[in-house]
Design a protein. Structure first.
Length: 461
């Protein structure tokens, strides 16, 4: 197989952004199918589909929280490794990869033990009802048992991207997604395993992605190969500093989903609580079709910024930043139009119930009102993360999450359960503006300081 490696320091910026962004965006789009295909098939199980879908929706925050630890290490270590490669320090980059491999393995072991021991009380706390608990427990137990494959595949795949092998990174994700699509109907319907079958298909798919990623990083084709040794607490701390912003974004997403499910259960009452949670599950699945491909664009292009920051080429960083922002804004504009006109087609994949369909279509249209300004925050936060400017990235991330939490809790007091759905667009618009103003006030100063640094000075040593 011919493998194209993009030259992060010399390829034309416009073409380079597209060559890294498009495969990464497609990979993230395909990876959304992991959860969407599960939920689509589960929602169509005869007689129990809607209830089982609500149960799987309760598991969503825990699965997201587990994956956020992969981002802590993967997106924390990959930009740092790219900076080292930009400084022409390949041995330093290899040492970072070795440390990240060990960290991912340790975190996976801890999370597996933790969630298997506490899954029952956590599920009840996170919004499971007597009707949905059994399905949630079945799904979560199997998914958590495969945590090591999910975390290792997601975290290590970032080190394929940071070397410029965007196509190989896309293939690693698509292998897992294709397996999941193929195995879901077999395990759920042919073998009659229901929710358990969906979870088993997911774990097997994650295992396939993991084996592919490790195989590539150990092969002679990789510039930055996986090795062992050179472990350092100093490097581990630096990785976690870099990765804290994407970790907070993903981890607090889990907390917010948990809060929202609890709020919907409370204000929806015994009659409508599960229906609102099912609706929220469909809406959040749809939002992944927007946020994950956009994260693919911003995450996939991070190596351009990191590598050239290490090389001291601020002109390329400036060009890349604006190209990526406009690409994200164009994507969200298209998705906004689709969301407001065609959302019923997506909802129909999950349920045939008329009332649930109407509620979910309304939820999607409401949730997506502010996605265009959201594009600016995504690239600004991920861009500053790629440059190691954690203070700004974390501040912007936390501001958005805190405001979202407050509105999710407060709006239902005045507008009952539907009020919780308006927190998303309100926060997206406000924080998109805030991030843009922050970028305009700080970016040129940061680039000027990098230009003034002595040649050969090591960054973040």
């Amino acid at each position: 197989m011919a493998i194209r490696r993009n030259d992060l320091g010399r390829d034309p910026i416009g073409k380079l952004v597209l060559r890294l962004a498009v495969p990464s965006m497609l990979a993230q789009f395909v990876s959304v199918l992991y959860s969407i295909v599960d939920r689509m098939y589960i929602g169509n199980i005869p007689e129990i589909g809607d209830t089982a879908l609500a149960g799987v929706g309760v598991c969503g925050p825990i699965v997201t929280l587990i994956n956020s630890f992969a981002l802590l290490i993967g997106i924390g270590g990959a930009p740092l490794a790219a900076i080292r490669m930009g400084e022409k320090n390949l041995e330093g980059a290899k040492q970072i990869l070795a440390n990240c491999f060990l960290m991912l393995l340790g975190i996976a072991a801890f999370l597996t033990t933790f969630f298997l021991c506490l899954k029952d009380p956590l599920l009840m706390t996170f919004g499971a009802s007597e009707a949905t608990f059994g399905y949630a427990e079945q799904y979560l137990t199997i998914c958590v048992s495969g945590t090591v494959f999910a975390i290792m595949a997601t975290g290590l795949n970032q080190f394929i991207i940071c070397q410029g092998f965007s196509g190989m990174a896309m293939i690693s994700v698509m292998i897992g997604a294709a397996m999941n699509i193929a195995l879901d109907p077999v395990f759920i319907f042919v073998f009659g395993m229901g929710v358990r079958g969906a979870a088993i298909a997911t774990v097997l798919s994650q295992m396939a992605s993991f084996l592919f990623v490790v195989g590539f990083l150990k092969s002679s084709r990789a510039v930055l190969r996986l090795g062992f040794g050179g472990y350092s607490f100093r490097i581990m701390r630096r990785v976690m500093t870099f990765g804290f912003s994407p970790f907070i974004i993903s981890a607090t997403d889990s907390v917010l989903i948990i809060v929202m499910n609890s709020v919907l259960q409370r204000y929806g009452g015994p009659e409508n609580g599960d229906a609102f949670i099912t609706c929220a599950t469909v809406v959040q699945s749809y939002m992944q079709l927007i946020t994950m491909p956009m994260a693919g664009i911003t995450g996939g292009t991070q190596p351009i910024l990191s590598f050239n920051y290490g090389a001291g080429n601020t002109a390329r960083i400036r060009k890349a930043f604006w190209r990526i922002i406009f690409l994200c804004a164009g994507f969200t504009t298209i998705m906004f139009c689709i969301s407001q006109t065609c959302s019923s087609l997506f909802v129909g994949l999950f349920t045939k119930d008329t009332s649930l369909t109407e509620l979910s279509v309304w939820g999607i249209r409401t949730f997506t009102l502010g996605i265009i300004p959201l594009a600016f925050q995504y690239e600004i936060v991920d861009g500053f993360t790629a440059l190691g400017i954690a203070r700004i990235a974390v501040t912007l991330s936390l501001t958005r999450k805190i405001l979202y939490l407050i509105l999710t809790l407060v709006l239902p007091i005045f507008f009952s359960a539907p009020g919780a759905f308006y927190a998303e667009p309100a926060v997206d618009i406000f924080c998109g503006i805030l991030a843009t103003v922050t970028f305009l006030l700080n970016f040129n100063t940061l680039m000027r300081r990098r230009d003034e640094m002595p040649e050969g000075q090591t960054l973040y040593s």
